[in-house]
Ligand binder design. Structure first.
Ligand code: PLP
Length: 275
């Protein structure tokens, strides 16, 4: 099924929806985005996603997005394309700008696309990334379209039959994945890196902290090899157990703490579409 596209204020035909080749989001990655889970025509945790979009835009110095307009775009594509399970991708960029000049003169570009998606398996393999995530950079914690580093790391993971790559930061602490946050169980206690590690303030991470409870702890990257259980969280993965980190296996994944976290997450998410 073709995606549904909403571009700068109205629904468009996906085959003819066009963004300028001079859009600053395309030429220099001057944009921010959100991926929102859509089930049965409804967007999950949309208010949190819109708030994060606005925070990322502010961090990048983009004009403040009109969140009512973006919400309307989401509602319109959901109405036009009521897939049982999908992903809404919201992209907000600096807009059109002649090459070599500063950002957009014609106002920002706003795109909302809805695509059908496959559900993720219960457990997955991950690898660690051999370079560091900068926990003190200008873009740290912002969900910008400058995701090249994540694309390269994810390609390495795929070469090793894994679906996610986990970063340490510049001081060797566990940080996050290319598109997920990470939780580990050590001595029966659930931990996740704090935001100061440089990780994105993941919405699934926040919901697991609120609903399940975990300690925000600075951990060395090799805690992944000592952990009794590891799981990753994201909009597209929910709570997903990890059964292998590099060549180290975690037999029996999902273990009891992960299984309980997933159970609570699914139950609470089903009860509240916009927590
Ligand atoms: N970390 C990064 C770098 C991400 O891109 C994402 C989501 O795409 C996450 C973590 C998880 O965030 P969320 O749970 O809001 O999807």
């Amino acid at each position: 099924m073709k995606p549904a596209i909403w571009l700068d204020g109205s629904l468009c035909d996906p085959d003819s929806a066009m963004v300028s080749v001079f859009d600053h989001g395309l030429t220099v990655g001057d944009g921010v985005f959100e991926t929102v889970k859509a089930t049965e025509g409804r967007a999950f945790a949309l208010t949190r996603h819109l708030r994060r979009l606005a925070r990322s835009a502010a961090g990048l110095g983009l004009p403040e997005p009109d969140l009512d307009e973006v919400r309307r775009g989401c509602e319109e594509v959901l109405k036009a394309h009521p897939v049982p399970f999908g992903r809404l991708r919201i992209t907000y960029t600096g807009g059109i700008s002649p090459l070599g000049s500063d950002r957009g003169t014609a106002g920002p570009t706003v795109v909302v696309a809805l695509v059908e998606a496959a559900r993720r398996p219960d457990a997955t393999a991950v690898v660690t990334v051999p370079w560091a995530r900068n926990e003190r950079g200008a873009l740290t914690g912002l969900k910008t379209t400058s995701y090249g580093e994540n694309v390269v790391a994810l390609a390495r993971a795929r070469e090793q039959d894994a679906t996610e790559a986990l970063f340490g930061n510049t001081v060797g602490a566990l940080c996050e994945g290319t598109g997920s946050n990470v939780f580990v169980v050590l001595d029966g206690q659930l931990h996740t890196p704090p935001l100061s590690s440089g990780c994105l303030a993941g919405i699934t991470r926040a919901l697991v902290l609120e609903w399940v409870g975990a300690k925000e702890t600075d951990l060395p990257l090799d805690a992944l090899y000592r952990a009794e259980e590891v799981f990753v969280t994201s909009t597209t993965r929910d709570v997903q157990a990890v059964h292998r980190v590099d060549s180290h296996t975690l037999p029996g994944a999902p273990g009891p703490v992960t299984a309980e976290a997933l159970r609570i997450f699914v139950e609470r998410a089903a009860a509240d579409i916009d927590p």
